[in-house]
Design a protein around this ligand. Structure first.
Ligand code: ZN
Length: 267
């Protein structure tokens, strides 16, 4: 593949390594910031190998790989590319505490039947997030999935009606019902369903374990198994599931690890 056949975002990836190994080592580039919640895209030589903390990473034939660090990741990690280990300092971040009151009690403390539904839905979501495909849509860079006001950030600790809940693992964008929801990158629809907490939701697989999730949708315009392109309208913003108003809950994950999409969104 010659450089002039690459997409602009992929050209940018090839041209702007943020970290580099010493000159004697095999060349590779990284895009993204090693920090808690950070999503990173690497590029090495075609046929190259990469591992994070001893676990092999999927590397595409053209040398692309992806990985990330969870909200509570420790201070460092070891990235090994073509046998050369390098220590990455994983920057610590401060997370907000967010209080939300006035939710219907049934949505804060679900009954037994609802708990069973939630358990089944969690398993379905875990299964699609574990998908390990050879797609490389993740390397396009993530486009904003909706226009609107940021009403919730990644990593905040939510306190619902005074009870602590798990951290918020997404970015909330508020706007009117019907606001177009766009695919953040090319990929395949792995889930199009209606869940108790998330309401109507879509999950896209962008390859190498990288997924995006779009929740509380009003209408869904795609089907499971369908391929989508970056920027394609996949749904409309809504207020389904556990919400206090219409917004998009947008999540990025790398396999089981939720990541902060906001620092890597473009445009
Ligand atoms: Zn949210």
């Amino acid at each position: 593949m010659t450089p002039d056949r690459l997409s602009p975002s992929r050209r940018a990836l090839l041209a702007t390594p943020l970290l580099a190994l010493p000159a004697r080592a095999q060349p590779f580039g990284l895009r993204g910031t090693p920090q808690q919640g950070g999503f990173l895209i690497g590029r090495t030589l075609p046929g190259g190998r990469a591992a994070l903390d001893g676990q092999a990473l999927r590397v595409s034939p053209e040398g692309l790989f992806a990985f990330g660090f969870g909200r509570d990741h420790g201070p460092r990690a070891t990235l090994t590319v073509n046998g050369q280990p390098q220590t990455l300092e994983v920057a610590r971040r401060q997370w907000d505490v967010q209080h939300i009151t006035g939710l219907p009690p049934a949505q804060v403390t679900p009954d037994a039947a609802t708990l069973e539904r939630i358990r089944v839905e969690r398993e379905r979501l875990a299964a699609v997030r574990a998908v390990d495909s050879a797609r490389t849509g993740f390397a396009e860079g993530l486009a904003w999935p909706a226009r609107g006001r940021i009403s919730g950030v990644f990593g905040s600790q939510r306190v619902l009606n005074g009870q602590s809940r798990q951290p918020h693992y997404g970015l909330d964008v508020a706007g009117p019902v019907g606001t177009p929801i766009l695919a953040a990158a090319s990929g395949q629809v792995t889930l199009a369903a209606e869940f108790h907490f998330f309401g109507r939701l879509v999950v896209l697989d962008h390859g190498h374990g990288v997924n995006t999730l779009y929740a509380h949708l009003n209408a869904i315009h795609v089907r499971e198994g369908q391929a989508v392109t970056r920027g394609e309208r996949i749904a409309d913003m809504g207020a389904t599931g556990r919400v206090t108003g219409p917004h998009l809950h947008f999540s990025l994950s790398w396999y089981r690890v939720w990541l902060d999409p906001q620092p890597v969104l473009e445009g």
